[in-house]
Design a protein around this ligand. Structure first.
Ligand SMILES: [Cu+2]
Length: 145
């Protein structure tokens, strides 16, 4: 690096101690209490957890990937009268200094067409991906429904 700077003649104007600019602030993301219902091979299941952002900057959950299912997506459940509906959502905001709850009757990661059976005591691994480019590994403990 010093040789390059000397060669282009700018070393005199650049103090040797000059550091790279600080990285922009990033959301500090963590997942707690991840769990999923047991599922047969080829069936579907949902993954639930609490997603916490300890930084003041917000981020946006944009998707999830997992080898446990052929299709993985973000879903939201909602009730219309006595009927529950699920809809796919493209993204979910994760505000700064806040938590987003993924729980039955609400947001969840939907796993469709499981690649094998998952029973109580197993772990389902998935990766959450965010607009900032960060990703988060999640290990969900499987429970009986
Ligand atoms: Cu769903």
């Amino acid at each position: 690096m010093a040789a390059v700077m000397a060669a282009c003649g700018t070393s005199a104007e650049r103090p040797a101690t000059e550091a790279a600019p600080p990285p922009p602030p990033r959301a500090e993301l963590a997942v707690h209490e991840a769990w999923a219902r047991s599922a047969d091979s080829g069936a579907m299941t949902s993954v639930y957890f609490t997603l916490t952002n300890r930084a003041t900057v917000s981020d946006t959950l944009q998707g999830a990937t997992s080898a446990a299912a052929e299709e993985v997506g973000l879903h939201m459940s909602m009730q219309h009268g006595n009927t529950m509906h699920m809809a796919s959502v493209q993204s979910l905001p994760v505000p700064g200094e806040d938590s987003v709850l993924f729980a039955p009757l609400g947001a969840h990661v939907m796993l469709t067409r499981m690649t094998r059976a998952y029973a109580a005591g197993d772990t389902i691994a998935l990766t959450l991906t965010f607009a900032s480019g960060q990703s988060l590994e999640v290990r969900a403990g499987v429970r009986q429904p």
